[in-house]
Ligand binder design. Sequence first.
Ligand code: GRF
Length: 205
Amino acid sequence: MLTARIAVLVSGGGTNLQALMDARGRGELPHGSLALVIADKPGIRAIERAREGDIACAVIPRREPGFEEKVLTALRNYQIDMVVLAGFLGILSADFIRRFPGPIINIHPSLIPAFCGKGFYGLKVHQAALDYGVKVTGATVHYVNEVPDGGKILLQRAVDILPGDTAETLQRRVMEQAEWKLLPAAAERVAADVVAARAASPAKE
Ligand code: GRF
């Protein structure tokens, strides 16, 4: 079966990458093939996870000049059809998004439009939810556009905040109950759309 070639951009522990690999192992990613992992810094656990999952991995330091150009080159070289941001902490420029022809999706650990946008990442998101006193939070998978966390929403899942929660306990629950379920489901949905679009208009020979 034709599949959409997926690149996963990572910056940290790679638990969302792991969720994608586990979904693949359970046959829940039939329209996608995890073709490339791009780590934006060396020495992160996500790199080991990519190796353990037999996925090609490129380390392209985000802080070095020409980061986006190097990423676009890698995506072309690996014939990538779609990009998944999985715990990726960079903000891709409007120019990058214009130059990459396929869909880009991101997992954000809150119910957008709450607790999102510039500066809201990692534990900060969960601390903001606790500080505000909301009773429910969750995770969102959305398309990426030039506005941080601003693209069309694909999937969301709510997670209860419990008495005594810390940012750490809440992050863990949101990962387990929401992120790790939503991202594979969203990746499969977008991959199936890519495959269907390709079937509908086969590339000119
Ligand atoms: C976590 O804060 C997660 O909520 C968010 O990115 C961070 C790291 O994710 N999506 P990962 O373990 O690197 O996938």
